[in-house]
Design a protein around this ligand. Structure first.
Ligand SMILES: Cc1cc2nc3c(=O)[nH]c(=O)nc-3n(C[C@H](O)[C@H](O)[C@H](O)COP(=O)(O)OP(=O)(O)OC[C@H]3O[C@@H](n4cnc5c(N)ncnc54)[C@H](O)[C@@H]3O)c2cc1C
Length: 391
């Protein structure tokens, strides 16, 4: 069930989007994606990567290039496709959503700022699911205040030497390469940061710690110790890495809203099925007006999130404008609302909602990180207000 009211009819989409979303939904069901065992998160990610790669879904995570040489579906990243895919995967399997998202986010700086040679070298393998990508921006002392990052890179002949730490890096320890943002000018704040492609096997790159977070997620702290990276792996221009990081986040942030939307839709489906079947006081849980009031609130919340999410994606794809405020609103509302929706549905399940690894208990843990990563809710509020003041 994609929604109570069929959002695919909305004018934000082209016919190809509608076909693609239906095909992905059918594929997820055929694959039994909802029941992939993720007790070993590394194995589960590899398995999902293999299956999605064979079915060619990662072609939406990278651009195609002028003659299809980068392996993607569309000439540029298509925000509506990214959102529809994340919403659909998020509804079936939250880890599958993560795997898809990271192929796009992890290679996003190459898609947006790489040279033709870099794109030809890295993107086709990402599109085939044969190479795993990661995005390494955050540091122990630079999360929301990312311009304060201190991991450094200095030139040495034909190479750069990286020293420092990155933390909370999704796919850390699993990735084949990392797009790393490092300080190349200590005095220049956000104008002194440069991006590099660092291959996992580079000497001097160490996985310092795998971090065990509340929902299954491969995530690590990386340490760079005189890590030598060829200058040919510099992404974009020297000292222009902050802008590249923001451009990458700008496109993938709307897709976080879409993932949260998918989690909400899954919760609604579970809640409806349960409310219709649970007998109490001589009727079903769904027969009570209090339950119906909750369902009314939930459905309105979900449509609000969907409208904001696909508006942001449409503004980028069709109105051809960077939807900074629209994306921040979508991310904030959809992730916060999803946490509320999941909590409300869990309440309908009573004690059953608390059973470990039951769908609602899983969603309750899975949604939490989305309110923090790619800009916490508080940061989104500031972005919206800043855009308002500019106008
Ligand atoms: C599961 C997960 C996956 C992640 N994956 C990646 C990844 O792949 N790559 C990567 O680079 N990073 C990744 N991150 C890091 C993520 O982007 C950071 O956690 C996030 O930017 C917040 O930084 P922080 O954790 O250091 O919190 P802090 O920056 O210390 O912020 C703490 C809290 O302060 C509040 N806050 C922030 N700014 C303000 C403000 N101006 N006013 C008032 N309150 C404020 C917010 O509530 C925030 O949650 C991931 C994080 C998680 C949890």
């Amino acid at each position: 069930m994609s929604g109570v009211f069929d959002h695919l009819e909305w004018p934000f989409f082209d016919p190809e989007h509608r076909v693609m979303a239906q095909e992905l939904d059918d594929w997820c069901q055929k694959e039994g994606l909802a029941s992939v065992d993720d007790s070993d998160v590394f194995l589960a990610c590899r398995e999902l990567l293999r299956r999605m790669g064979e079915a060619n879904w990662f072609r939406y995570a990278v651009p195609s290039g002028p003659n299809g040489e980068y392996g993607g579906q569309n000439p540029e990243l298509d925000s509506r496709s990214l959102c529809l895919i994340r919403e659909t995967l998020g509804r079936h399997n939250t880890l599958a959503d993560f795997v898809f998202a990271m192929q796009g986010l992890g290679s996003g700086a190459i898609s947006l700022g790489g040279t033709d040679a870099q794109k030809r070298r890295y993107l086709p393998k990402v599109a085939q699911g044969k190479s795993i990508a990661a995005f390494a921006l955050s540091e122990p002392e630079a999360g929301s205040d990312v311009a304060a990052l201190s991991c450094s890179a200095h030139r040495d002949g034909n190479d750069f030497i990286l020293d420092g730490k990155k933390t909370w890096i999704s796919n850390g320890g699993l990735a084949d390469f990392y797009c790393v943002f490092a300080r190349t000018d200590p005095e220049a704040g956000s104008r002194g940061i440069t991006a590099f492609i660092v291959e996992a096997a580079s000497p001097g790159l160490h996985i310092e710690e795998q971090i065990d977070v509340m929902s299954p997620h491969p995530i690590a702290t990386l340490r760079f110790e005189a890590c030598r990276v060829p200058a040919a792996n510099m992404l974009g221009e020297l000292n222009q890495g902050f802008k590249l990081a923001m451009r990458t986040l700008d496109i993938f942030r709307a897709s976080v809203a879409a993932a949260a939307l998918g989690f909400s839709r899954r919760a609604l489906k579970e809640g409806l099925d349960y409310a219709r079947s649970r007998k109490m006081f001589g009727q079903t849980l769904a027969d009570f007006q209090l339950t119906q009031a909750a369902l009314g609130d939930i459905v309105a919340e979900i449509d609000q999130s969907a409208l904001l999410t696909y508006r942001a994606a449409w503004v980028r794809d069709v109105a051809r404008r960077v939807p900074t405020a629209e994306t921040a609103m979508a991310k904030m509302i959809s992730t916060e609302s999803s946490q509320w929706v999941i909590d409300r549905v869990l309440q309908m399940f009573g004690g059953r909602g608390l059973v470990k690894n039951s769908p609602l208990e899983r969603l309750y843990r899975d949604i939490r990180a989305l309110r923090i990563y790619e800009g916490a809710t508080e940061v989104q509020k500031l972005i919206i207000a800043r855009e308002l003041m500019k106008r």
